[in-house]
Design a protein around this ligand. Structure first.
Ligand code: SF4
Length: 243
């Protein structure tokens, strides 16, 4: 796997939370398209989509992060992995291994982590000696159709593996989250949100977001009402399981 060096790693994102991205590019190659790819391309960091799908590890990530955390007078309460790449990239054990070392490092400063992946989270994350903080582990999941995944998230982990790894962490007492975003309208795929919710009903948190990255969703007549209905389905689902 290629390696690069960076000048800095830890930053506060435009969304307000602290974040690190210790890989450049992402082999999952999502075709919604991927917002991180569009940004990297427009800022000249990555030339082609093919290049984007060949990830490069930030070789000095641990050294940088340690220095940055040492320098901070007020340390963040939580650090997110990642916004512009995937921390558990499918088929890249080097990425998962670096991610685990970074989570361990962050936790050693008393800082928790939140993760979001379309890969497979290793079960070792449930080891509370290695990872002693209240971390939150999340997957992105917008469909149960493998045909959809192959078309829109070609390099990402199959859904059953993604869900299975999250469930395992949940069963071992970890805090888990499912991020259903970008949720497709019926002109992209015909599916029932309730089936997806049933598949992840164990997760502590479930979030839903609309398909915003291209115009396909807006081309669906009544797309606003569609998303209102899906939000209502999620709210009902969450209310029922709280009873
Ligand atoms: S998993 Fe995330 S970072 Fe990777 S290509 Fe897909 S949207 Fe982009």
């Amino acid at each position: 796997m290629e390696e690069i060096n960076r000048k800095s790693l830890l930053y506060r994102s435009g969304l307000g939370f602290w974040c690190i991205n210790h890989v450049q590019g992402c082999s999952h190659g999502c075709k919604y398209p991927c917002y991180a790819w569009m940004m990297a391309h427009s800022h000249g960091r990555v030339g082609t989509y093919t290049e984007w799908c060949k990830p490069a590890l930030v070789a000095n990530a641990e050294t940088l992060l340690r220095k940055e955390l040492e320098r901070m007078k007020t340390k963040p309460g939580n650090i997110h992995l990642c916004l512009t790449t995937d921390p558990f990239m499918y088929g890249y054990p080097e990425v998962a291994s670096l991610t685990l070392r970074l989570i361990g490092l962050i936790n050693s400063y008393g800082i928790s982590c939140s993760t979001l992946t379309k890969g497979i989270m290793p079960v070792v994350l449930a080891d509370s000696i290695e990872y002693p903080e209240q971390n939150s582990y999340g997957i992105s999941l917008v469909s149960l159709s493998e045909e959809f995944r192959r078309k829109w998230e070609p390099g990402a982990a199959p859904y059953s593996e993604r869900i299975g790894a999250l469930r395992e962490l949940h069963d071992l007492g970890c805090s888990t989250l499912v991020h259903i975003e970008p949720y497709p309208t019926p002109n992209i795929i015909q599916q029932d949100l309730r089936e997806l919710l049933d598949a992840v009903d164990f997760a502590d948190e479930i979030w839903l977001g609309s398909w915003n990255y291209n115009n396909l969703a807006k081309q669906y007549p009544g797309h606003k009402e569609f998303y209102e209905e899906q939000s209502a389905i999620l709210s009902r689902f969450l209310a029922i399981r709280q009873r």
